[in-house]
Ligand binder design. Sequence first.
Ligand code: ZN
Length: 320
Amino acid sequence: MKRADINALEKTLAHLPVDLKQHLANQLLGQINAQAHTLLETANSHRLCPHCGDERLVKWGRSGGLQRYRCQSLTCHKTFNAVTRTSLARLHYRNKWFDYLRCMRDSLTLRASAFRVGIDLKTAFRWRHRFLHASANANANALSGIIEVDETFFAESCKGKRNLTHRSPRKRGGQSNRKYKADKVPVLIARDRNGHISDLVDPALNKPTVHAFLTPIINRDSILCSDGHSWYKTFSSEHGIAHHRLVTLDNQRVIGKEYHIQNVNSYIGRLKGWMVRFHGVGTAYLPSYLAWRRLFESAQPSEEAWLRAAISANQQQMPT
Ligand SMILES: [Zn+2]
């Protein structure tokens, strides 16, 4: 819609009596709600019982604007709707979800998002992590071709954690293999030349965890480019993968024209620059922020696509 048309519409609305304005506001709110409901109802084309996986379902009335179903399995017979056991289960104010997702597209802080959408900070916090939960779990992206891998570090933080008085953060992840400073959390990032990214947050990053992370995402035809760390060398030789190791003693980051880790390092630069606005992220929530940034690196999804992804990626229940 053109700006001039919107201005004309606003001008017309401004002259309406208050009761008509209220009526139209309610109408629009209903339409936004219905739009959210339609998206939720159609996100999964093949509906299964989220409790037992059975496909024998019957419609069982409506509740909270959503179609309710009842599982016909003799051992289950439970009812559910489109959001049951998804990361969006039991979230309210669906008419505000689109607005909120727009805040996330704009990378707004919690405070700014809460103010813009008209929700409290606690709700803004919960929504952020619920909307990112599915994407954070969908992190094991298969990579192909030339794959660049590198480590980066984030300051360890207990931000957002409850019961701080009972914590013992220095002990967490303090396995014997830990090589890093206690207040830094290592994050491993792998990126292929098509822009696919997979990351691993691991306070005790070591050879077994690096191997376990890389194994499902890298196939034998790939070419791995890394720094001089021996993890990558052993991984490549064990899996028969071509490996270019960039030893940085003489600041030589490029060997040949195409075997380098500049792309993954540029990504790390963008990630860190983007995260500055959040003034430190709780370590427990780091995977959500990495997932958020990954969404920006691929085609920027619309609010609708984001909402679909939030309930379709997996049927894992979130804690409240
Ligand atoms: Zn069932």
